[in-house]
Each structure stands twice: as structure tokens, then as C-alpha cells.
Design a protein around this ligand. Structure first.
Ligand code: ZN
Length: 101
């Protein structure tokens, strides 16, 4: 199973993997459980990665990923105090939806 890309955090890796799968490219997040030992490994070896299942789908996977990485960016403060950045419309901490103004 080939690696598609590295994600800055698990929330984004999961978002991308879900988006790829929804787009017809079976994908999964790897290395997510290494975060607990981050102090013992170089940081770039602990970041979650997105892998796709079928090597023949790389072009399709990269196109979907491009769109996932270029969704309109939101930056908002949740009622729980969490600052939510990226394409998220739901707080990853307490699952409250982004307030509509
Ligand atoms: Zn919240």
C-alpha cells in the first residue's frame, strides 16, 4: 500500500483519508499511534500519513488530495475555547458545529 502524503496532525489526516475514500480511492491513516512516543523519535517520523490502497489510483488520489487541501479555510473559536483552523466546520474537541453568522 503506497504512501500518499504526510499530514500535519491526526485530525487533518483523518479528514483527508475520509475525503479520499468518499471520492472512490480507498485510503487509511498510518502511524497515528506513534504520537505517544513523539519525544523519542524525530518529529517528522511521528506525523500521521495517508496511504491509499491501490497503486493504480495515485493520479486520482493526488487530484482528490489537492482539492481537499484547497477547501475554503475557516478559522474560528469554539464555545469550548478551542481554536479550529483548516477546512473544519465542526470542533474536533467537543463536536460543536461552526457558528453561522
Ligand atoms: Zn469545541
Amino acid at each position: 500500500m503506497p504512501r500518499l502524503t504526510q499530514a500535519p496532525n491526526l485530525a487533518i489526516a483523518t479528514l483527508w483519508a475520509d475525503g479520499l475514500t468518499a471520492g472512490g480511492v480507498a485510503a487509511s491513516v498510518q502511524r497515528q499511534y506513534l504520537a505517544g512516543v513523539a519525544g523519542e523519535l524525530p518529529p517528522d517520523q511521528c506525523l500521521p500519513e495517508v496511504w491509499f490502497q491501490h497503486p493504480g489510483q495515485e493520479a486520482q488520489a493526488r487530484e482528490i488530495l489537492y482539492h481537499l487541501q484547497h477547501v475554503p479555510q475557516h478559522r474560528w473559536r469554539c464555545v469550548c475555547g478551542e481554536l479550529v483552523v483548516g477546512g473544519f466546520e465542526q470542533c474536533w474537541n467537543c463536536e460543536t458545529l461552526m457558528p453561522r453568522s
